[in-house]
Each structure stands twice: as C-alpha cells, then as structure tokens.
Design a protein around this ligand. Structure first.
Ligand code: ATP
Length: 271
C-alpha cells in the first residue's frame, strides 16, 4: 500500500496492464525514460528533462496506474504525496512532509514524486475564505512545493507527476515553466481502448464461448476503465454466487457477462 512520503514497493505493473492511451504512454516514456537512458545526449544538446508533468482527466481512467507503471518499468523510485493524508490532523507539519519527500526523492534518485489528487494538495489560493491570509496550511504547502520544484536541478533526476480531475482548481503558479512543464490529457477510453481494458480484466476469468467482448466494448460508451473493471468483477462475483447456490460441488465455471448485469454460467472447464 502507499504510505505518505515514503518510498514504497510498487506492484510490478506493466504497460500492457493499461489499455489504450497509446499517445499518453509514449509521452510519459519520453519524459521519464529518455532523460535517463540518453543522459549524455540530453546534456550535449542542452536539453532539459521536464521537472513536472500534470496528468488531467476524468476519474477512473488510470492516471495513478500509469504513474506506477512508468516508475516500475523505468525502474525509478516512486514516492507519493496525497492531500487527505497531508492534511490529516494527525500528521502535524504538512510542509515538512513535502520537504522530506523531496529529500528522500533526491537521495533515491532517479525518482518520481506522485501528487495524487493534486488539487487537494495545492488548490487555488484563497478559495472560499475570501482573504489572503498568507499563512494557511494550504498556502504554506503550496510555497514549499513551489520551492522544492524550483530547487530541483535537472541533474537531480527527480520528476514530479501530478494527477487531477480538476485542472481548473490548481494554483496558476504551478503551471509556470520549470514546474509542470507538460500537461497531458488522459481521456476516457474509446471503443477500441474499452475492448483492450475488458481483455485485461478478464485475463484470469474463464469466459463462455459466446462472450462477445467487442460487443460489450461497443455498448459501454461513457464507461471509464474503472467502470469496466467493475463490470468484470461483478460478473465473476455473480457467477460465483450462482455456483454456490446451484450446487456446492461444481468443480468449475465459466463466467459470461454483459453490462446489464446478465451473467450466465456454464459448467465443465477449469476455473
Ligand atoms: P482517480 O482519479 O479516481 O484516482 P485514476 O485516473 O487515477 O482515477 P486509476 O486509479 O489508475 O485511475 O484507475 C482505477 C482502476 O481502473 C485501476 O485499478 C485500473 O485497474 C482500472 N483502469 C482504469 N483505466 C484503465 C485502463 N486504461 N486499462 C486497464 N485498467 C484501467
């Protein structure tokens, strides 16, 4: 699991675990892997690797997953900061968490610092409270973060990746050059991507012969990746329940699913 500000063991995740998003994947690889792999060329050409990348788009479309995949596939350390934990009354010194995380990232570089729900960490200043108090916790966290991001040298190999559903809520100071240099839109899946996602999440579910994944992909417009994962999970659960009530000793089942909760099962194969 993810612990605030501490390096964590990320599950070994692969690019193939994320369906669709070819363009976003390519751009992330370029931003993270190229500066490491072609370090000398970058220096020779005077190219500065990006310091920060913002991923934005609707929830459940694998922003978090992408960052974990890039960290594990490029074999860089992964540290994470999240707003709910940062502002927990039990944590105390929130700015210190930010500083410590950057220290740890430098010490374990190359590293990615992931800001989950960036808007909850550094939303617009003075929101709701009308005045510029100048020293609300949020403001102090924002200035620590800006300080740290500005202080990161290219040679440090520390990349900050933010994820947000609400780019409009972010403080504009974050978008200045040298901070989030790139903003990548992570779109909801189109039909082709939905099919890939369905295949990924049914990889371990035995499917009946007449399960028509392309058809399900066609009929699941507006489903996010998380929604599709839920459909697959639900189908497997319904199949399990039927198995339990029909006969306790069925050796195996095939789960078949379509989005409208209709699930058929079939006996006779290894589950
Ligand atoms: P949030 O903004 O709610 O945190 P997110 O965009 O960060 O959402 P994730 O948490 O990465 O999304 O994705 C939620 C779940 O949905 C993941 O566990 C993942 O398995 C599944 N999922 C989402 N998109 C995809 C995809 N393109 N391919 C495979 N699985 C996906």
């Amino acid at each position: 699991s993810m612990t605030r500000g501490f390096q964590v063991q990320v599950d070994q995740m692969k690019w193939d675990d994320v369906g669709g998003l070819e363009d976003v994947k390519k751009r992330l690889k370029q931003a993270v892997e190229w500066p490491l792999r072609y370090k000398n060329s970058f220096q020779r050409l005077g190219l500065k690797p990006p310091r920060g990348i913002l991923l934005y788009g609707p929830p459940g479309c694998s922003k978090t997953t992408l960052v974990k995949v890039i960290a594990s596939s490029a074999n860089v350390s992964f540290l994470s900061i999240n707003g709910a934990q940062l502002y927990s009354p039990f944590v105390g010194d929130s700015e210190k968490v930010v500083r410590t995380t950057f220290q740890k990232a430098r010490a374990s570089a190359p590293a990615i610092i992931f800001l989950d729900e960036t808007e909850a960490i550094v939303g617009k200043r003075n929101m709701g409270n009308g005045g510029s108090s100048g020293d609300s916790v949020q403001e102090r966290v924002l200035s620590s973060l800006l300080n740290e991001m500005d202080g990161v040298e290219s040679a440090d190999s520390v990349l900050v990746v933010g994820a947000t559903n609400r780019p409009d809520m972010l403080d504009a100071a974050l978008m200045r050059p040298g901070r989030f240099d790139q903003a990548l839109y992570v779109p909801p899946p189109d039909e082709k991507a939905r099919l890939e996602i369905l295949k990924i999440h049914t990889k371990h579910i035995p499917l009946d012969v007449d399960v028509d994944l392309p058809n399900i992909a066609k009929r699941t417009n507006y489903y996010t990746g998380a929604d599709l994962q839920n459909v697959c999970r639900e189908a497997a659960m319904v199949a399990l329940r039927k198995l339990n009530t029909a006969a306790n000793v069925l050796p195996a089942l095939h789960a078949i699913m379509i989005p409208e909760n209709a699930v058929l099962i079939k006996q006779g194969a290894e589950a």
